[in-house]
Design a protein around this ligand. Structure first.
Ligand code: TXA
Ligand code: MG
Length: 323
């Protein structure tokens, strides 16, 4: 069931059930993070590999401290600027956090999401919510309640509807368990903005380049093929590939460009006015729309590789890797 009843969501979560929650990035599939049995339902529903840890969500840094988590100074600085917001911090775990949440590792990922409904919900709860994106493992993340309904409608008792997500790509992940703060995933906050606050950071996703292993030990969830559409997706200049396919059976994801060889209805032009933030917001819904069409291939442009554009390129690149 889809609705906006925060109390209903809170009660179900207190009973150890799963509830889908809106955030500014993507929808999450949430459970009481202190209840290992509830958290195990997330892994089952998503068919998620057990080695892939979960982010815990709450509404204040103070509560993290109450739960025994030590906050590094540079995280405090970042949190002042960006939390609540699309950023996740990886820090040493406390013994309040069950091993199933961290996939047995000594670090826990924490985030304060910026969505009014979910902040009210978190305020009511005396536990954090473990919540991965509310999609089947490996598929495109959901950016509205209907996306969640399509995959989990029959499995979970409640989807809290907070409308379409403002940011549209997942949070940026910064790890503080490395000697230098390390970016584990590009996301809603640009790495340039992070460096302005805390200085040099280790840019791991960039270092890994095209050779991202099928399982990357520092961010186990950063599987090479992820965010993947069912249709084949090519992340490159569409003009280099357009002539290879039947023009009627091509879908396009572009920033501002219309490709006259391809029918208008096969285009997802993410921001005609050229806003990279708008493009990020629309990306996943566009991938899902084209995936529902009877076509052979999705040709996706490379986006400007700065700010949230890095997250767009990262998701498209992972979607393009063939199994
Ligand atoms: O924006 C977001 O972060 C969304 C919303 C729902 O908050 N959540 C999200 O969760 O994207 P998920 O599970 O789809 O992706 C979490 C990523 C995975 O790549 C996982 O491996 C990594 O965070 N992660 C979680 N805990 C970690 C840890 N302790 N150490 C390293 N990486 C961790
Ligand atoms: Mg995910």
């Amino acid at each position: 069931m889809i609705g906006t009843d925060i109390q209903r969501a809170a009660t179900l979560l207190q009973e150890g059930k799963l509830v889908a929650i809106p955030t500014e990035t993507v929808y999450g599939l949430a459970a009481n993070a202190f209840d290992a049995n509830a958290v195990s339902k997330i892994y089952m529903a998503k068919n998620r590999p057990s080695f892939n840890p979960l982010i815990i969500h709450t509404n204040s840094i103070k509560r993290l401290v109450q739960w025994g988590i030590t906050i590094p100074e540079k995280m405090v600085q970042l949190a002042k600027h960006f939390s609540p917001g699309p950023i996740t911090y990886v820090v040493p775990k406390s013994n309040r956090i069950p091993d199933i949440v961290t996939a047995g590792t000594d670090a826990v990922a924490v985030r304060i999401p910026n969505h009014p409904l979910t902040l009210q919900l978190l305020e009511k709860l005396d536990f954090p919510l473990a919540a991965p994106s509310a999609n089947l493992s490996g598929y495109v993340s959901p950016t509205n309640a209907n996306h969640v309904q399509q995959q989990f409608g029959n499995i979970i008792p409640y989807i809290l509807d907070g409308g379409s997500c403002n940011i549209g790509v997942e949070s940026t992940i910064v790890s503080f368990v490395h000697p230098t703060p390390t970016i584990l995933r590009y996301g809603g906050i640009g790495i340039e903005a992070i460096q302005e606050i805390i200085g040099e950071v280790n840019d791991k996703p960039k270092e890994n380049g095209n050779s991202i292993a099928t399982d990357n030990p520092i961010a186990p969830g950063q599987l090479a093929r992820h965010y993947a559409t069912k249709h084949k997706l090519i992340h490159d200049n569409p003009l280099k590939h357009i002539h290879i396919y039947n023009l009627q059976r091509i879908g396009i994801i572009s920033f501002t460009t219309f490709y006259p060889q391809v029918a208008k209805e096969n285009h997802q032009i993410l921001s005609p006015k050229g806003s990279i933030e708008e493009a990020a917001q629309k990306l996943f819904a566009a991938m899902r729309k084209l995936d529902e069409m009877d076509i052979d291939v999705i040709l996706a442009e490379r986006f400007p590789d700065k700010g949230v554009g890095k997250a767009i390129n990262d998701r498209l690149k992972r979607a393009s890797i063939l199994e």
